[in-house]
Design a protein around this ligand. Sequence first.
Ligand SMILES: C[S@@+](CC[C@H](N)C(=O)[O-])C[C@H]1O[C@@H](n2cnc3c(N)ncnc32)[C@H](O)[C@@H]1O
Length: 319
Amino acid sequence: MSRSSKKKSKKTGGAEAFEAYFSSVYADRWASIKTALHAEDLKVARRNRFFSDESELQKLLSEPGLGEPFQDESLQDCYEVTEDFDLSSFTTPMLPFYRMDPASILAAKALDVQTGEMVLDMCAAPGGKTLVLAEALNGTGTLVANELSPKRRFRLMSVIKRYVPAEIRKTIKITNKDAARFGMMKKRFHRILLDAPCSGERGVLQKQSDLASWKEKRTKSFAIKQYSLLSSAFLCLEPGGRIVYSTCSISPHENDGVIAKLHKRHAGRFKILPQDYGRGKATDYGWHFLPDDQGWGPIYIAVIEKNFEVGGPEAELKD
Ligand SMILES: C[S@@+](CC[C@H](N)C(=O)[O-])C[C@H]1O[C@@H](n2cnc3c(N)ncnc32)[C@H](O)[C@@H]1O
């Protein structure tokens, strides 16, 4: 092999490995998933429930770019948007809409937060799902919104400030821990959202340098990190409590693979709750929205409920 073709193969090796790996996972469906990942991700405008000025809202609903409201019960308050929709054009002190993927909204809702609960959002920035959780608590209980990256935490703080009234903000604690450390602390939570850092293959495909250096090893190492975050969440979860584990990855290592490890380590201590959203598809342990199906996702969601008879972190760390 000539030096220049060696150089070329080094440059394209990642792309070939990526292609080979995901075509083996998704077979005939891979071509359509790949096309959808190259497209712009689909976002809807979700109404901010804390924005309570109905007459102002009616005026805003006639702004250009806002389309029809979604009919799905779980996506009430969501509107289709066109490229004319511009959040920066809203001059109200509190922002009336937040743009996010409809499947992300479903992930946050799958936590089924009840008023008065202690809720942890382990990896919270920029904060779209935090807002869904804050609305469910509506100023009761406590919401801990955690984010490790200082820059992204700053963004989280500004999102909370622009969408949540001051009175409700008093019940939200923004923290900056490595989420893998929560399991070692005494605090316990009724509900934990783990929207884990992941490979984000949409971004990989759209960035040549990331694609060129892609290796299956990379997604496996994300899975190791994700499992350490999930076991930390499991340790600080109240018996009877619930974890939603979600990623925007299409890699099985980072999705069902992580839940399979939890099964191996904590068999008999939790159950997986069934889900059905009428679109997307069930996997061994969770639910997967893939973007070739109406543009939603990729979002993987698994819902874990800890058994009542399981003790706290102390009991579990013993074995
Ligand atoms: C998928 S994003 C979260 C998106 C967010 N839940 C939302 O809906 O807007 C994952 C976040 O986890 C943060 N992160 C990565 N490792 C972390 C760790 N060990 N502890 C806490 N946060 C972490 C990243 O900086 C990133 O902001």
